[in-house]
Ligand binder design. Sequence first.
Ligand code: F6R
Length: 369
Amino acid sequence: EKGGYDYFMLKEIAEQPKAVADTLLGRIDASGLLTLDEVRIPAAVLREVDKVVIVACGTAYHAGMIAKLAIEHWTRIPCETELASEFRYRDPILDQRTLVIAISQSGETMDTLMALRHAREQGAKVLAVCNTNGSTIPRESDAVLYTHAGPEVAVASTKAFLTQLVACYLVALYLGQVRGTKWGDEIEAVIRELSDIAGAVDTVLETMEPVRRLARSLADKDTVLFLGRHVGYPVALEGALKLKELAYMHAEGFAAGELKHGPIALIEEDLPVVVVVPSPRGRSVLHDKIVSNIQEIRARGARTIVIAEEGDEAVVPYADHLIRIPATPTLLQPLVATVPLQVFACELATARGNEVDQPRNLAKSVTVE
Ligand code: F6R
């Protein structure tokens, strides 16, 4: 049932292009408009939404952090993303005009369930983004957008994460479409690129051998740091989470701009630091900033592992290891940038002799608070 792979995780990483394509299937019509009728929240209600709050845990929370950036950019509706386990304990401000999005692969995560119950008690509308048909979270929500990743068996989430991102982009674009905000060339181009993104994920998967080699060479390290900015920051957090849960290594993700406010003191000779570089097109200021971050850490002896878009030459002089990913629109980059980090963590875990599909102390769905 592992389809020839040694681990479910490897199989599920390989299934990502299909999972992404399946999650888009039937949701974009021939004219490039989104057809999310299955989200049965009336357009009139969506037009009244004045705040979006996303609740989720772990990997799904990282998808939510990226969704926040997409929603605010494409709809101009204020959006916040919160750890589901923290949410209801701070007496959050919610009302009928708040749209709460609960993201959960299993649909059974107790922290997320309790957060959405609290939101509904306050009168907010809840949309679930979920991979498991008929599970508790969609049943208790006002609406659901299913991700079509298929069953995810490995404890570490991979294909579910990519499909959560796709579903969140669709929600963000749909909100923009319904409300008519910023609906223009950029959005149409993004929808076209989204339709092609499965191919880009495939391209990344085909070029992973050097990443595996690199991972094996780092098997005796104690610490790996991950840096990113904008959508690259949640990707860095996700890379660090994968490494913690699979390789049992000390791994931390930082917003690269925060380095100088403390974490740079951690940098020492030969410390592996993975940097997720935004596209040099689009937000070029951000790109320049991160290039100088890479220079700073390299000057202090870090071993830089740079994930950068094809054709980005500015990073070359400062990259000890360079991992290329296809060019995508800025907001979609996590769909390709996360894949090498999954492969990296899986390979490191294997090299360290860990059980990849069943990491110690973890369960696939966390049904206690
Ligand atoms: C990490 C991982 C967990 C889950 C989290 C939420 O690889 O799998 O962090 O993402 O427990 O689970 P769901 O999405 O089922 O609510």
